[in-house]
Design a protein around this ligand. Structure first.
Ligand SMILES: Nc1ncnc2c1ncn2[C@@H]1O[C@H](COP(=O)(O)OP(=O)(O)OP(=O)(O)O)[C@@H](O)[C@H]1O
Length: 356
């Protein structure tokens, strides 16, 4: 029978599918002849991977053993651009951006945040999409929801599905004129960000305003961001804008943790046939060009749209669905990529010339 030390060595060499690297010395092995008790401490949360990992371990052992597995995580705070001081109560801020409006950035932010919470992390969302704040609706808050206020200046973020949320929509009404000019937007956002009592978050997702203009650039310079995610659809026009997004983050030295390709394929609701209407290479070639990963690809799916519009995103309402599984996988990869940022590599194009 394999000794605990042999099993330990074997497990250290297993490849973590989320980082693509060997797990290394993160295992503790105890057990008797019938049952192995393993515990694994990762730098990112991965609760939903437990069953798959147990099956993989059992299959890879020399002799059949029963396996008990505890997956723990310890999320560390990563460096931010230009050493901007971090935010109290928040370990890591992740900016979710798109070069262009309407590609599904808000839908992706909500589902990713919920997926990260399901993996076991403490998560918040800040809706900075000032021109169309939609997080309140997507997270199922009743219209007219307002945060509680402490000491006349600190917001207590309302919670939904276990996630702390702040949105401009909580502070304005449908009738509030939104004639925001750049400095007002960034001023208001910085105020909401810093005057909210975020409670012990591993990750705060910021749903950035779409585009790569002055507002986005100022936010990217002022907010202490640990990493960013670019959401794009596979059409050339969206990819062109996504490139600008990556270049904006490069300019301010925020690592791009990966690209999410949304509305990648269309699945026929009658026959289930899957078709890449806009081609299936777009996100991959963008990622290759800038040496970033495609974290995952979401199909154009009625369920994704209907559930977010109804305030019950697919990750929580259909948690066993294929779409929810893709979001979970993206969340784990994102966490793993962020945790490995110590040896920071900025996303630089390997070919081509920038047009500005
Ligand atoms: N994978 C998907 N399948 C089907 N519908 C989707 C998908 N992703 C997003 N949608 C729908 O597309 C619309 C636009 O999505 P969303 O509001 O998330 O985009 P956005 O990029 O945040 O837009 P904006 O930047 O203009 O606020 C919504 O109605 C949303 O439900």
């Amino acid at each position: 029978m394999q000794t605990d030390a042999q099993i330990q060595a074997h497990l250290e060499n297993l490849i973590d599918p989320n980082s693509g690297q060997a797990y290394g010395a993160v295992w503790q092995v105890t057990g008797d002849s019938n049952r192995l008790h393993l515990s694994l401490t990762l730098g990112y949360p991965a609760q939903t991977e437990q069953d798959a990992l147990i099956a993989r371990i059992k299959e890879s052992l020399a002799e059949p053993r029963d396996v008990l597995l505890d997956i723990e995580h310890q999320v560390e705070s990563q460096a931010t651009q230009g050493d901007i001081p971090g935010l109290t109560g928040v370990k890591n801020i992740i900016a979710v951006a798109s070069g262009k409006g309407g590609v599904g950035k808000s839908t992706t932010t909500v589902n990713l945040a919920l997926a990260m919470a399901k993996e076991g992390a403490r998560v918040g969302i800040l809706d900075a999409d000032i021109y169309g704040p939609s997080q309140g609706m997507m997270m199922g808050f009743a219209e007219g929801t307002r945060p509680q206020v402490r000491d006349e200046k600190i917001f207590i973020p309302p919670m939904s599905h276990g996630v702390q949320v702040m949105s401009m929509a909580f502070l304005t009404t449908k009738d509030t004129p939104v004639a925001w000019r750049g400095p007002m937007v960034t001023g208001a956002m910085m105020q909401i960000l810093t005057q909210t009592d975020w409670n012990d978050l591993d990750y705060l997702f910021i749903d950035m305003p779409p585009g790569t203009g002055d507002i986005q650039l100022t936010l990217a310079q002022k907010v202490p961001v640990a990493g960013s995610v670019i959401v794009t659809t596979p059409q050339d026009i969206a990819l062109l804008d996504a490139r600008r997004g990556i270049e904006m983050f490069n300019k301010v030295k925020i690592p791009v943790l990966g690209v999410v390709e949304n509305m990648s394929t269309h699945i026929c609701s009658n026959c289930g046939h899957q078709e890449a209407i806009f081609g299936d290479e777009g996100g991959d070639s963008l990622a290759a060009e800038y040496k970033v990963d495609v974290l995952g690809k979401l199909p154009l799916s009625l369920a994704i749209r209907q559930h977010s519009d109804a305030g019950n995103p697919v990750v929580v309402s259909e948690s066993e669905s294929e779409a929810a599984g893709i979001y979970q996988s993206i969340a784990r990869k994102l966490g793993a990529t962020l945790a490995s940022q110590q040896d920071n590599q900025f996303a630089m194009p390997t070919i081509g010339m920038s047009d500005d």
